[in-house]
Design a protein around this ligand. Sequence first.
Ligand SMILES: [Zn+2]
Length: 199
Amino acid sequence: MSVCVYCGKEADTREHIPARNLFSITANVPFITVPSCKTCNSGFQMDEEFFRNFLVSILYEQSQSATILLDNSVARSMRRKPALGLKMFEQMSLVDYYDGFGNYHGKKTAMHIKPAKPKNTSDPTGAGDAFRAGFLAGYLRLIEKKLYGSKLSFELSADELVVCGQMGSVSAVYTVEKYGTQTHQFTLKEFEMRYKDEF
Ligand SMILES: [Zn+2]
């Protein structure tokens, strides 16, 4: 008799690891299977479905596999269980996206960047430019790292973009704390310390 890995009772099904629903095509995935009872197996199904839907929702613009899942199994899952879909969308925000030329590109997933806290709000002039400078400094460093690695890619992941945004935020507080647009200064070391303090 095989025993359920979760509860120790008699196992009558097998559970796939990682969860099958994370893959758009399962044919060549080397799944591990473990014995599980029906109760435990179906007990995790809801969590696995939520986890899959959530991952797809944040990755669908960056991964082909996520797009296929979104158009097929995730769409079906949302129609079957609208409450699960609602729970998922509550955690995201969609915004209208315009590029620098004012062209509308539809709704995009928004990322929240936690702002760095200025010690005083002496003068906000220049904060936008300083934010862009900090963001670009992060962006170029991360891209450079990728180009020196094996991956020839100019795309950053959501997590990496958050780092760039946070660097922009740290850069912006320096100018807010000083009167005038280019009256502030910091060393690389100071910037690093400030980043660590803030995030
Ligand atoms: Zn069990």
